[in-house]
Design a protein around this ligand. Structure first.
Ligand SMILES: *Cc1c(COP(=O)(O)O)cnc(C)c1O
Length: 429
């Protein structure tokens, strides 16, 4: 057994499934997870000394690459002044000012410790503000692991939610309604079935947890229109897209303004951070100003704020980063599409900006149903080949390929060559 295997055996004795988050377990692709010793820029090195080009980037936060010196130093400097105060610190104010300044839809913002917490809190605010209980989410969109969001449609649209996980009471799920991504009519139907009962529509403006599914032209603006008509709030879950598609996230990229926004991942630069914010009158519902309770012992933690701020400042001062990274994404998708065509592989390439996906299906992917037509065992085979050849992509078909600002054209070209070789070898098997 190599060291990763030894660690995994030890981990399984004391951690459920040996992992602290399920997708790390490699269950969908077979094999054993790699334990990581260190990461630098776009490269990640496991405890056995294998080095990979990393396309996960800690699932999004490492947009400037791993172990960025300015971010590391900011965190270390803050740590030198104390790890937590349980009282307000200057960095929290700076962080909130920066978010409000960069994202026009946000006038007040509250820091939390994860994306899950951000979503959970935003939903509570939406319910408190509107006085309504039901929430519409989209099949295949992931909003963290809070009870009410672990739901997909039991029998398609227009059914009340049934829990997708053991341990979630039906009562928690019954107010979650599920619509079809890229299908505004499915949202309208729910509003007409439950008039006056729906507090909010929550959506990943680019769905990046069922592979990457981009919004069709007009989909997001239609959601805006429906929510306005129905006096419901529109919540953009920008935990992945925030500060990734551009400084103002997907809302800036697509020009649609939500009422509330959730953040995570990039704003913490690898530290456990989330945030939710929106219009002043809505966010003034939050305690201690308003009647919606929400708290956190470690929220706005000084070390986490320092790391996040360092990352956001670099992004703000170098807007070219987005231009170049998104152009690299376009190049990658164009070349990959060409490879797919040449190989005659039944695959689809999707994505926007630095988020991409290679779906192992011949169908155009526009929603959860079409995403699920993917051949996951074909994906698993591809995944194992990539890993064996030094390319670390997410161990699941239904995750994004994340580019960072430090992935070079050489990295991308090498990756494309490995994929090309994979299809060549497969043809000869
Ligand atoms: C990752 C993610 C979450 C949950 O964030 P955690 O920090 O893992 O709790 C919520 N929404 C979206 C869109 C995400 O990608």
């Amino acid at each position: 057994m190599n060291r990763s295997e030894q660690l995994f055996e030890r981990a399984k004795n004391v951690i459920p499934g040996g992992v602290n988050s399920p997708v790390r377990a490699f269950q969908a692709v077979g094999g054993r997870p790699r334990f990581i010793a260190k990461a630098e820029k776009e490269m990640i090195t496991d405890v056995d000394g294998n080095t990979y080009i990393d396309y996960i980037g800690s699932w999004g936060p490492m947009i400037l690459g791993h172990n960025h010196p300015a971010i590391r130093e900011a965190a270390m400097e803050a740590a030198g002044r104390g790890l937590s105060f349980g009282a307000s610190c200057p960095a929290e104010v700076e962080m909130a000012e920066l978010i409000c300044q960069m994202v026009p839809s946000i006038e007040l913002v509250r820091m939390v410790n994860s994306g899950t917490e951000a979503v959970m809190s935003a939903l509570r605010v939406a319910r408190g503000y509107t006085g309504k209980n039901k929430i519409i989410k989209f099949e295949g969109c992931y909003h963290g692991h809070c009870d009410s969001m672990l739901v997909k449609a039991g029998s398609g649209v227009m059914t009340s939610g049934v829990p997708d996980s053991a341990g979630v009471p039906e009562g928690c799920a019954k107010d979650t309604l599920t619509a079809v991504y890229n299908d505004a009519d499915s949202v309208r139907s729910l509003f007409s079935q439950f008039p006056g009962e729906i507090a909010a529509v929550i959506v990943e403006p680019v769905a990046a947890n069922m592979g990457v599914v981009v919004p069709k032209e007009g989909f997001l603006s239609e959601l805006r229109r429906i929510c306005d008509e129905e006096k419901a709030l529109l919540i953009f879950d920008e935990v992945i897209t925030g500060f990734r598609l551009g400084f103002d996230g997907a809302q800036g990229y697509y020009g649609v303004t939500p009422d509330l926004t959730t953040f995570g991942k990039i704003i913490g630069a690898g530290m456990p951070v989330g945030a939710y914010g929106g219009r002043r009158e809505i966010m003034e519902m939050v305690s201690p100003v308003g009647s919606v309770y929400q708290a956190g012992t470690l929220s706005g933690n000084p070390v986490a704020m320092a790391a996040g701020l360092a990352q956001l400042h670099i992004l703000k001062e170098n807007p070219k980063i987005y231009e170049e990274m998104n152009a690299m994404g376009d190049y990658f998708r164009a070349e990959l599409s060409q490879l797919v065509k040449t190989a005659g592989a039944p695959c689809r390439v999707t994505g926007v900006g630095s988020l991409s996906c290679l779906f192992f299906t011949g169908e155009e992917v526009v929603d959860y149903r079409s995403a699920k037509t993917s051949d996951v065992s074909a994906f698993a085979d591809y995944f194992r080949y990539m890993l064996a050849h030094g390319i670390y992509v997410a161990p699941s078909q239904f995750e994004a390929i994340f580019l960072s600002s430090v992935h070079t054209k050489e990295d991308v070209d090498r990756t494309l060559t490995v994929i090309e070789d994979y299809w060549k070898e497969k043809a000869h098997r």
